[in-house]
Design a protein around this ligand. Sequence first.
Ligand SMILES: *[C@@H]1O[C@H](CO)[C@@H](O)[C@H](O)[C@H]1NC(C)=O
Ligand SMILES: *[C@@H]1O[C@H](CO)[C@@H](O)[C@H](O)[C@H]1NC(C)=O
Ligand SMILES: *[C@@H]1O[C@H](CO)[C@@H](O)[C@H](O)[C@H]1NC(C)=O
Ligand SMILES: *[C@@H]1O[C@H](CO)[C@@H](O)[C@H](O)[C@H]1NC(C)=O
Ligand SMILES: *[C@@H]1O[C@H](CO)[C@@H](O)[C@H](O)[C@H]1NC(C)=O
Ligand SMILES: *[C@@H]1O[C@H](CO)[C@@H](O)[C@H](O)[C@H]1NC(C)=O
Ligand SMILES: *[C@@H]1O[C@H](CO)[C@@H](O)[C@H](O)[C@H]1NC(C)=O
Length: 247
Amino acid sequence: MCTSGRLCCPFLFMAILSRDLADSWFNGSIPPALCSLPSLQVLFLYNNLLSGGIPPQLGNLTSLVERDLSDNQLSGVLPKELGHLRNLERLVLINKEFTGELPQSLARLKKMVNLFIFGNNFSGRIPEYIAKWENLKYLGLIGNSFEGPFPDALSSLNLSELHVSDLTGSNEGRGFLFPNISGMTSLEWMTLRNCSLTGPIPTFVSQMKSLYYMYLKGNKLNGSVPRWLAGSKALYAYVFVFILFSL
Ligand SMILES: *[C@@H]1O[C@H](CO)[C@@H](O)[C@H](O)[C@H]1NC(C)=O
Ligand SMILES: *[C@@H]1O[C@H](CO)[C@@H](O)[C@H](O)[C@H]1NC(C)=O
Ligand SMILES: *[C@@H]1O[C@H](CO)[C@@H](O)[C@H](O)[C@H]1NC(C)=O
Ligand SMILES: *[C@@H]1O[C@H](CO)[C@@H](O)[C@H](O)[C@H]1NC(C)=O
Ligand SMILES: *[C@@H]1O[C@H](CO)[C@@H](O)[C@H](O)[C@H]1NC(C)=O
Ligand SMILES: *[C@@H]1O[C@H](CO)[C@@H](O)[C@H](O)[C@H]1NC(C)=O
Ligand SMILES: *[C@@H]1O[C@H](CO)[C@@H](O)[C@H](O)[C@H]1NC(C)=O
């Protein structure tokens, strides 16, 4: 494959401009030489036959704003060098085989807007440093093996979407209280599925005036469906369906 950065340049450019071309051109692992493109802003690698891990050198692409590596056969632990991508705004890794903890170095990605890492096998605690990503709007962690509970510290984020599922651990069978996300008053989509939640749905949810989707299936929430839900105009009827199935 590519052996020098200069040769890789046109190659990569086509990959960005044309999804079809990218589909047929990328076949193998991500060439480390990509890393000599310091002003690269966007890297889409849809539907390729990529395999292997993400080369640590990608962390040298400090201007990268978006990464979407969905549908490629990438796997492994995320390299800590990703933390060098200080301008990164979107990291999308859907249905891959990534494992291990999110590296501590990602704490530096203060411009993140969108972290969608559905369907991998990430583990460990959901990092509290995410609370420092003040621009974050979309946090999608569904289908991994993160440990509960969901950290209350993330309540300071002004999220539009929060999607979490399948938290491991059960607090010695006692379960976890509904996370205190009372600060997320602009939340529109909320998924907390199979997160060992117990106790009632807290009343702060009634203050989330933009909320129109709430999926809470597979928990052990108890108590009655709160009365304020009925009076909450922002909530569509199907919210009740989801809640009723969960209690
Ligand atoms: C991928 O590369 C291998 C060997 O380099 C080749 O045999 C195969 O045809 C390639 N596949 C595609 C889809 O280009
Ligand atoms: C990143 O670039 C620096 C110099 O610009 C180089 O010393 C370092 O080895 C590179 N890191 C990787 C992981 O390629
Ligand atoms: C996911 O990761 C956990 C902990 O690292 C491991 O025990 C488990 O076997 C992994 N599951 C799959 C499907 O790879
Ligand atoms: C939170 O985000 C919403 C849009 O999603 C925006 O309208 C609102 O001003 C933000 N609030 C703060 C305090 O930044
Ligand atoms: C719920 O989450 C646990 C822990 O990740 C997992 O082992 C289990 O398969 C999940 N259950 C369902 C029904 O998805
Ligand atoms: C949630 O946290 C806020 C401040 O962070 C606090 O004022 C409030 O009492 C807490 N609510 C619950 C239900 O724990
Ligand atoms: C709901 O669950 C909590 C925690 O498990 C428990 O303390 C409480 O008594 C339960 N309430 C009802 C109405 O079952």
